[in-house]
Ligand binder design. Sequence first.
Ligand SMILES: Cc1cc2nc3c(=O)[nH]c(=O)nc-3n(C[C@H](O)[C@H](O)[C@H](O)COP(=O)(O)OP(=O)(O)OC[C@H]3O[C@@H](n4cnc5c(N)ncnc54)[C@H](O)[C@@H]3O)c2cc1C
Length: 429
Amino acid sequence: MLARRAETPYDLPRCVVRPHTTEQVAQILEWADRTRTPVVPYGGGSGVSEGVVAGGAVVVELRALNEIIDFDEKSRLVRTQTGVLGPDLTKALKSWGQTLGHEPQSLRISTVGGWIATRASGQLSARYGGIENMVAGLEAVVPGGRVLRSKTKPRSATGPDVASLMIGSEGTLGIVTEATLRVSPLPTEAADRCVRFQHMADGVAACRKLAQSELRPLLVRLYDPEDSAIFLRNHPHETPGTLLLLSFSGPGAGRRADAAVELSSGIPGDNDLVAHWWEHRNDAVDELMTLMAGEGILGPHALVDTIEVSGTWSDLRAIYHSMKEGLGNVADIAACHLSHVYPDGGCLYFTLASACDDDAAAAETLERWWDTGMTACLAAGGSISHHHGIGRRKARWMRAELGEWWELLAAVKKAFDPNGIMNPGALGL
Ligand SMILES: Cc1cc2nc3c(=O)[nH]c(=O)nc-3n(C[C@H](O)[C@H](O)[C@H](O)COP(=O)(O)OP(=O)(O)OC[C@H]3O[C@@H](n4cnc5c(N)ncnc54)[C@H](O)[C@@H]3O)c2cc1C
């Protein structure tokens, strides 16, 4: 978006192809491998890690692979082609009384294949997990045109799960054409709670206790004061602060919600704020585009980006403080929330914004944000991406992230794609 706004010339794809069937994908990858033509898979195009950079490549646009093939009610599995957009899958599942439980903020503009390829995680991951927990089987086409199908199973002990290499592969190994996903009945009861804290550390401790409890929250989001100011921007009567939003679903939701408030040792807040969140939770999709188009309150040379990392509860405090301090020095706003909680840790999600002097300054600032954020995260023991993936944006830090495992990842790439045609450069491969 920055390049478009600054009218910086960028390379166009060599062509765009739009397959409707797995067989057509196979034909494309057979041809591309034979002619050594780079190929970039494209789902909804909502990725935020520069996973799709298509200059000179053949872009395989996958949205015509949009058939929801089968619902196995007994096993609660839905089989679908991977070009299906979030709302279409949600609608079909709802008609069967089911939900996938995967609800990224970008639901409207992202596809099943993109979720799998980026190892995505939705806002309700506390209850449903990440996309990797939902994939029970998949079909992928690899360079040369071979179609690989994995068995659909609840679990198996048949050696390393080779098919799961496609989850998080970001188009570097092949194209995921079909997936069989675990779904759950739509929840009946629901209860929301809001809790306030004096200090971020108290809120983080509350999230840890909750994630390690038996209370099974649906939603856990802890905003630091700067991020709560963003969240409350249309709520002038509420004071920003350290704010925890909780939601519970299913049997005993209200009882579990009350128990969570007690466990948190925080100050009960206005529960309607959670309703406000549910209503506006995906507004950022349009708001970020307006800001980056230079048409928002940050002026014509606005810069906005997000950096999400993960860490154990033991390291999270240090990661938060070092990233917050470092990013605070290079961005006008460095706001953070903690979400996606697990018994052993969670995700810190930084929203960065600056009103830059011109677009050249914006481009420089962007690099400074990423250098600062990634260096601080790694130094404090964090992992450089929780759910946005690596793309090209974070590729520089992959060796530091993976250590000795980096060479093995490169060897896996070679085994799937000996001629290096699949999304060259993504994941640093
Ligand atoms: C406003 C906003 C909010 C967001 N919120 C979230 C969020 O809550 N959670 C989250 O996890 N992410 C979020 N994202 C990031 C993004 O939506 C996800 O990464 C999403 O999973 C990408 O899906 P897509 O279909 O748009 O993929 P694309 O952007 O088209 O592609 C992403 C990567 O996957 C590859 N790819 C796509 N389809 C396939 C396929 N079928 N086979 C192989 N490779 C493929 C591409 O080559 C590329 O490397 C957000 C993005 C925006 C803009």
